[in-house]
Design a protein around this ligand. Structure first.
Ligand code: FAS
Ligand code: PHB
Length: 390
């Protein structure tokens, strides 16, 4: 098989890239290890930055989102025994975010590629990248047969555990990581959500109230890294969540049986560069952020914006300018998202055995937000998502 761009990974990054390239008449093949149903059963991100919303609208993927998604003027932070703070992105940036689930986006992406005759190979095993600095090709097996895809470029969109990042030589690749001694137990419940997206700081740990649609709520509580979903009965989860929210919000929560429960570890990770020869990384294949800033999916989309523009300029404008500056440009936005995600994680979580001096700095960060309009503006500017660079 021969194509222009071989995309490894059929998650949101790979599928959006395939869709955007197809709209520019650029051929691609997507190789996805899992079954389509497995990919579509994943429950992950739920909040879209302004830039992601506009990107989906630009590429004809926003019909359900604009009908059922919930536009957000900002996000509420409530703090045990202190005043509330609203990250007012609408006031400070004129931009809004959208509560809309990654699952729905991935469903729409698969539907769009199938409608348009996209080449999506699911259950592709043993995917391997070859000659990425010369004449690149990708091999895989399916139903016991060996396959090879010759291509001009490889897009590594295969997430944190995929093979693409490893195709960059260890002596070239630079990795930066910060881990955290806690994770988030998350549940989905078929009950109306709170009106606002809420981050709650409490001495027992952070709690988050979010949503997927007017009939589906998403909640999280901070839990020790060693905990597993089965350690948290619904009863234990609701008790912890309601205890960590102030009464005025706890009284509004409609509890019920969870229809999904998972434990998400928190990690900050960046692998540089995001390009090696004809291989370009996008999304979790190159970087991971703790979900505290709701940046993971949005970073995957900004990488796809930069990479699709670069590939379109190569094929349509015969210019490699954006290919040559892809890694540097994408990483500027990646590191900004890493910084704000780390900062919000540090602000809102209880760190076991925290240094008392650090604790005072952390409390002061919040006090500063309550009183300083420049601090409020700066946070809103980063939280809503930095503008894509020209
Ligand atoms: P993905 O990991 O989504 O997709 C990669 C794809 O590559 C997968 O389909 C995988 O099956 C495939 N693949 C892997 N290895 C392969 C191989 N060898 N061959 C072929 N295919 C292969 N982000 C937020 O913004 N908010 C959240 O609340 C949030 N919660 C999360 C919870 C969890 C448990 C996880 C894991 C992530 C969460 N994220 C969240 C981040 C998440 O949304 C990612 O940022 C997003 O899925 C990134 O998309 P992709 O880069 O496409 O990677
Ligand atoms: C979600 O809705 O899943 C969500 C919301 C805010 C976050 C992370 C996840 O920071």
């Amino acid at each position: 098989m021969r194509t222009q761009v071989c995309i490894v990974g059929g998650g949101p990054a790979g599928m959006l890239l395939s869709h955007v390239l197809a709209r520019a008449n650029i051929d691609s093949v997507v190789l996805e290890r899992q079954s389509k149903s497995h990919v579509l059963e994943r429950i992950r991100a739920g909040v879209l930055e302004h830039g992601s919303v506009e990107l989906l609208r630009e590429h004809g993927l926003a019909e359900r989102m604009d009908r059922d998604g919930l536009v957000k003027d900002g996000t509420l932070i409530v703090w045990h025994e202190k005043d509330d703070f609203f990250i007012d992105t609408a006031r400070w940036t004129g931009k809004r975010m959208m509560a809309w689930g990654q699952t729905a986006i991935t469903e729409d992406l698969y539907a769009a590629r199938e409608r348009d005759g996209g080449q999506i190979v699911c259950e592709a095993d043993d995917v391997a990248l070859h000659d990425v600095t010369g004449n690149p090709y990708v091999t895989y097996t399916k139903d016991g047969a060996n396959h090879r895809v010759d291509c001009d470029f490889i897009a590594g969109c295969d997430g944190f555990h995929g093979p693409s990042r490893q195709a960059i030589p260890a002596d070239v690749r630079r990795e930066f990581e910060r881990t955290y001694p806690f994770g988030w137990i998350g549940i989905m419940v078929e009950r109306p959500p709170l009106q606002k997206l809420v981050y709650a700081y409490h001495p027992d740990g952070v709690a988050i109230a979010s949503q997927r649609n007017p009939r589906l709520s998403r909640y999280y509580v901070q839990a020790p890294m060693s905990d597993k979903p089965e350690d948290w009965s619904d009863e234990r989860f609701w008790e912890a969540l309601l205890n960590r929210l102030p009464d005025k919000l706890a009284n509004q929560v409609e509890t019920g049986p969870s229809i999904e429960k998972s434990m998400a570890p928190l990690r900050s990770f960046v692998a540089e560069p995001m390009r090696w020869g004809k291989l370009f990384l996008a999304g979790d294949a190159s970087h991971i952020v703790p979900p505290t800033g709701a940046k993971g999916l949005n970073l995957a989309f900004s990488d796809v914006f930069y990479l699709s523009r670069a590939l379109i300029h190569h094929y349509v404008e015969a210019s490699d300018h954006y290919l040559d500056c892809y890694s540097e440009m994408a990483l500027r936005r990646v590191w900004a998202a890493e910084k704000i995600s780390w900062w919000l994680t540090r602000l809102l979580h209880v760190f076991p055995n925290a240094d008392p001096f650090d604790e005072k700095l952390r409390q002061n960060d919040y006090d500063q937000l309550l009183r300083s309009e420049p601090a409020q503006h700066a946070l809103a500017y980063e939280y809503v998502g930095l503008p894509f660079e020209k």
